[in-house]
Write a protein that binds this ligand. Structure first.
Ligand SMILES: [Zn+2]
Ligand SMILES: [Zn+2]
Length: 329
């Protein structure tokens, strides 16, 4: 059954979910997310669906305390408490995010906000992570347009690292790191893709993915919970533009991982962190050419030493051109 195993080398948990192995290989003409299949309402616009094969559960097995004892506290096990949800973007099996009307994407953003508000009342939840995997290149098995959400009982390592960096920067320079990044990127301009009232989209100077856009909040907002309706609409417009531009980069469906980063919840050690940490979205699109995947290989995986073979000043120009084509129809 699912449980968490402590990795003492990286000081974080691995989610062990053997039940996910038994995910069915579905027949090609059946989709459990399409209306009429019996598993979802016959009429919905955006629908939240409990993951049938969750890595985290609200009724997890009790952790095996013997592990800590037997290993002399080298290892320990923790209960895989949490929530795993699937968020269906549309009843249309063949739609993509950018093809949905703006009002529909606004609905999706308000559903993200609502899930943030509801799940953060569960005190055992420490971090809420909405994300989307798009395309077979990132392992998608269900083609119906959907994202997911994991609510973890711990703050994941990458987020923890960002939080620590942002706190240290703020203590040293007195401004939030994301504010400093936004200012420099806007001033430099070469890596900016677009901006609107509340958000700015750019390929950060350091990004390791050729088309790895960040969408960053222009004000000190930690999470969806703090969004006004104007900000929700602003984000919806930005998502439509960016994902629309993506499909025009190589004139093919553009695979990506979309990762929404926000402040932790129920974590006293990060109390007030919205002063120095900020809501942002990171995209990891695996393509470097039309049919060439940028693999996450030994240096990236084994040493965390990232390599980007394309200068982001060049790929930003490609993305701006694609966005221009998208907005001018
Ligand atoms: Zn479907
Ligand atoms: Zn981040």
């Amino acid at each position: 059954m699912p449980h968490l195993r402590w990795n003492p080398l990286l000081r974080t948990y691995t989610m062990v979910a053997a039940n996910r192995q038994s995910r069915p290989h579905l027949p090609k003409d059946y989709c459990p997310f399409c209306p009429g299949c019996g598993k979802v309402p016959d009429d919905y616009d955006v629908y939240v669906y409990a993951n049938d094969f969750p890595a985290l559960s609200i009724l997890p097995d009790v952790a095996d305390e013997q592990v800590a004892f037997l290993s002399g506290n080298v290892y320990h096990e923790a209960a895989a408490y949490g929530h795993c949800e699937v968020i269906l973007y549309s009843p249309d099996h063949y739609a993509s995010l950018f093809q949905l009307p703006l009002s529909h994407i606004e609905k999706l953003v308000s559903v993200w906000k609502q899930r943030q508000e509801v799940l953060s009342t569960d005190e055992r939840v420490k971090y809420i992570f909405p994300f989307e995997n798009r395309g077979e290149e990132v392992g998608v098995t269900m083609h119906h347009p959907h994202g997911q959400l994991y609510a973890y009982p711990f703050v994941p390592l990458k987020i923890k690292t960002e939080l620590d960096s942002c706190k240290a920067y703020y203590q040293q320079y007195g401004i939030p790191l994301f504010e400093a990044m936004n200012r420099f990127e806007l001033q430099d301009g070469r890596r900016i893709i677009t901006e609107n009232e509340h958000f700015v989209a750019y390929l950060p100077y350091f990004t390791d993915y050729p088309f790895g856009i960040f969408i960053v909040c222009k004000s000190n907002m930690g999470s969806f919970a703090a969004f006004s309706s104007a900000m929700q609409n602003s984000l919806a417009g930005m998502l439509k533009q960016i994902t629309g531009a993506f499909d025009l980069v190589f004139d093919r469906p553009f695979p990506y991982m979309m990762c929404i980063h926000q402040t932790p919840v129920n974590s006293p050690e990060y109390e007030g962190c919205e002063t120095w940490y900020r809501f942002h979205i990171e995209f990891y699109p695996p393509l470097r050419e039309k049919n060439k995947v940028k693999w996450y290989a030994s240096s990236e995986m084994g040493a965390w030493a990232a390599a980007n073979t394309l200068p982001v000043e060049d790929t930003a120009a490609i993305l701006r051109k694609a966005l221009h084509r998208f907005t001018n129809g």
